[in-house]
Design a protein around this ligand. Structure first.
Ligand code: ZN
Length: 466
């Protein structure tokens, strides 16, 4: 059997028996290969793949395009890697294949699941992480995009972000461990890579250089763990490696915790500068904000008038992976352990459903607001919006029915304000023969939080009147 090698971290490359494959005819074919290969346990329905890659084409035309797109890699690579039926297409996980993302996932999962006393000193985990970061040549499919396939691009963005955050964590652990054992040259290498992954740190570095009279910020000392051969400085350096993660992830309040933990007053000064600058920017934007504390993160939510004299704080976690991860960390341990699946309604709460699902190791179902042409055996429910009185329809794809029927379901939303989407999801679960066992949200909203006391949430957003 031929050996297939796929490199997806950084630029996309593909090789068969060590020879680069150049006969893949289009980016759509590459995208198809990647989509199948990153979820090898799943048999994709042809309709779903066709709609993913040709969303604007008529179903028959999209199906024809998919047939052609499937023919190309099977001719170039052989049939061993694909399980193709008239209804479904699946990547063969047991074929002779190595994919850097598969290896990354394995090393990462083994590290998280390893029972050790301290991960910074666990040589097994450090060896795994060191191997993993050598695979991380760049972000997932760096520079690869399909502008006419927004759903594919969204999926890549979520996967890319997850791997990026894992890479930051891995490099931080490795840098900490190297510093702990006095191997400053290695620590410096990992820190350089951290900075390369978080370009805004470099920008801040340049900005600081332009203001030479100001005191040098702590993180600059961090960039320069290069003073490795001066052991007397090691105590001061100790604050630096953890700071890089904190600085790169969370401007604002986490900083004081960092300062306390690592006695690093210069970090405080530097970050206060950033926070103050942020305030100035807000004032010049002449928009009002409502500030929320989400676990240890601070976010300023813009106020938006939804009716004369009624303003709400707009909470949108799309793209804000820190907030998504923080909320998932808070909600997941509070949700029933014996649930079978999560359900959410598109679109803003999807990343949260994903992050909670990963923590609970449960599947999740996305209820759609329109019927998609590729849905087969879909069911729908209609609910009236409490505020507008307008009907809202939620759709469940037939492929998801088995995840709901006879199962215990957790409903999840981003903000629960009127409860109509939640009511729709509840109805969808009940009409599919499932049972709702908990209801959760990032936030509830309204001036009577008691009405939402049955909802698990990280906080309540007020409505601003007058
Ligand atoms: Zn370990």
């Amino acid at each position: 059997m031929p050996h297939l090698s796929l490199t997806l971290l950084g630029a996309f490359t593909i090789a068969l028996d060590g020879e680069a494959v150049t006969r893949l005819e289009s980016d759509k074919v590459r995208a198809l290969l990647v989509r199948l290969a990153l979820e090898p346990e799943r048999a994709f329905r042809r309709e779903a793949l066709a709609a993913l890659l040709w969303p604007d084409a008529a179903p028959a035309h999209a199906a024809q395009n998919l047939r052609q797109a499937l023919y190309n890699p099977r001719r170039a690579l052989g049939d061993a890697f694909f399980l193709v039926t008239p209804q479904t297409v699946q990547f063969v996980a047991t074929a002779d294949v190595d994919i850097d993302v598969w290896t990354w996932r394995r090393l990462w999962d083994e590290t998280l699941q390893h029972r050790h006393r301290r991960r910074e000193t666990c040589r097994h985990c450090l060896a795994r992480l060191a191997e993993a970061v050598t695979l991380y040549r760049g972000d997932l499919l760096a520079g690869f995009t399909l502008t006419d396939c927004p759903e594919f691009d969204d999926w890549v963005a979520v996967e890319r972000e997850r791997l990026h955050v894992q890479a930051l964590d891995a490099l931080t652990w490795l840098a900490n461990a190297a510093e702990r054992r006095g191997d400053y040259a290695t620590a410096q290498t990992y820190v350089r890579r951290l900075l390369a992954l978080e370009p805004w740190l470099e920008a801040a570095h340049r900005q600081r250089k332009e203001k030479p009279r100001r005191r040098r910020p702590c993180w600059k000392r961090l960039c320069a763990i290069r003073r490795a051969n001066r052991p007397s400085a090691s105590r001061r350096r100790r604050c630096c490696v953890p700071c890089v993660t904190i600085l790169s992830h969370s401007p604002g309040e986490q900083l004081s915790a960092c300062a306390i933990t690592f006695s690093c007053s210069l970090v405080v000064e530097w970050m206060n500068d950033r926070v103050n600058n942020t305030h100035v920017e807000e004032k010049t934007m002449s928009q009002e904000y409502y500030t929320v504390q989400i676990c240890c993160l601070t976010r300023h939510l813009p106020l938006f008038e939804v009716a004369p004299g009624v303003r709400i704080a707009i909470f949108n976690m799309l793209g804000d992976y820190e907030v998504v991860e923080a909320i998932a960390d808070e909600l997941a341990p509070r949700l029933p352990k014996d649930a079978d699946a999560l359900m959410t309604a598109e679109v803003k709460s999807i990343p949260l459903a994903h992050a909670v699902a990963v923590r609970m190791r449960l599947p999740y179902i996305v209820a759609r607001k329109t019927r998609k042409p590729y849905m087969v055996g879909a069911i729908s429910v209609e609910v009236l919006s409490i505020t507008t009185g307008a009907p809202q329809t939620l759709w469940l794809d037939g492929k998801d029915l088995s995840l709901v029927q006879g199962k215990r379901i957790i409903l999840l939303d981003d903000v629960i304000s009127t409860g109509s989407t939640l009511a729709g999801m509840r109805k969808l679960v009940e009409s599919s023969g499932g049972q709702v066992v908990a209801e959760a949200a990032a936030f509830t909203e309204g001036n009577d939080p008691a009405q939402w006391k049955h909802i698990l949430a990280t906080g309540n957003l007020p409505v601003f009147l007058g």
